[in-house]
Design a binder for this molecule. Structure first.
Ligand code: PMP
Length: 305
């Protein structure tokens, strides 16, 4: 998806002009993928721009960094403030935010430890990741022939840049085959997640999603939807799912910061959509929660000012 430039990008403590936010071609992370990132969204709320679960996202960034032995120069609170400063400087409200912790220029080779840890944060207006019409029609997904990474290979609980080779291989396969999105199974054949989304199914009124040990990312949208659904008195199970659980679902949907809550219309050409009543209810609830219109979840919306 194309990026629309804003005015400033935060780089190692400074707000630099968008077009000057450049790095050297021998930047370590560019060569071996040793970097971690986040994807966060801010929305217009009745009290000005609000970033959805900003602190939780930054904590996950620092957990990802810890797995990869990188310690950013500033603490989590400093990075939370940096996001707010950046949004204010760019004078936007609704946007996507991309923090990145990476290894800079100066060292090369497979031992990343001597390299300098750098950090950047960019934000820009970004529309619906799977297309605006997907909220209505739902997306067509296929089960990928690529297996999800496992915990003793490249830990799926981190959001590391290099691990997205796995997601992108699955995405490319799906797009080339004429689908919108891929769902990955883990090495044992259980459903893990989408390429950049968690997956949920609904059957006989019960909502199910794979547990973290299935190799899915501990999604912040996933966690939010589980809480919101339980508050609406739905039964939500974190349980292992097999491929046919996707085919036989009454409803299925993806959750993710970029994707938000999107119905799945088909899996491997078996119809499970468009959006059923539970998916619709959760989409609507989420829409209000992230825009600060539901007081029960106001702590999740971190105001810029
Ligand atoms: N799974 C994967 C593989 C992802 O990349 C993402 C996006 N971060 C998600 C799930 C959803 O996570 P979140 O809701 O925190 O964006």
């Amino acid at each position: 998806m194309p990026i629309t430039p804003t005015k400033k990008i935060w780089m190692d403590g400074e707000l630099v002009d968008w077009e000057d936010a450049n790095i050297h071609v021998l930047t370590h992370s560019l060569h071996y993928g040793w970097a971690v990132f986040e994807g966060i969204r801010a929305y217009e709320t009745p009290n000005g721009p609000g970033v959805f679960r900003l602190t939780d996202h930054m904590k996950r960034l620092y957990r990802s960094a810890k797995i990869y032995c990188m310690e950013p120069d500033i603490p989590v609170e400093g990075s939370v403030q940096a996001v707010k400063d950046l949004i204010a400087a760019n004078e936007i409200a609704t946007c996507y935010i991309r923090p990145l912790v990476y290894l800079g220029y100066g060292e090369i080779g497979l031992n990343p430890l001597p390299s300098k840890v750098r950090m950047s944060i960019a934000c820009w207006p970004w529309g619906a990741y799977l297309g605006e019409e997907a909220f209505e029609t739902g997306v067509r997904a296929m089960v990928s022939s690529w297996r999800r990474l496992d915990n003793n290979m490249i830990p799926p609980q981190a959001k590391a840049c290099g691990q997205y080779l796995n997601s992108s291989l699955a995405k490319v396969e799906a797009v080339k085959a004429g689908y919108d999105e891929a769902i990955l199974l883990n090495a044992h054949g259980y459903v893990s997640d989408g390429t950049g989304e968690n997956v949920f199914v609904v059957r006989d009124g019960v909502i199910s999603t794979p547990p973290a040990h299935a190799g899915c990312l501990g999604g912040i949208t996933r966690d939010s939807i589980i809480q919101v659904a339980r508050d609406l008195d739905y039964e939500v199970r974190e349980t292992e799912l097999v491929r046919t659980d996707l085919y036989l679902a009454d409803e299925a949907f993806f959750t993710g910061t970029a994707a938000e809550v999107v119905p799945v219309r088909e899996v491997d050409d078996r119809v499970v959509g468009p959006a059923g009543p539970i998916t619709r209810r959760l989409m609507e609830a989420f829409h209000n929660v992230v825009r600060g219109k539901d007081d029960r979840y106001k702590d999740w919306v971190e105001l810029v000012r």
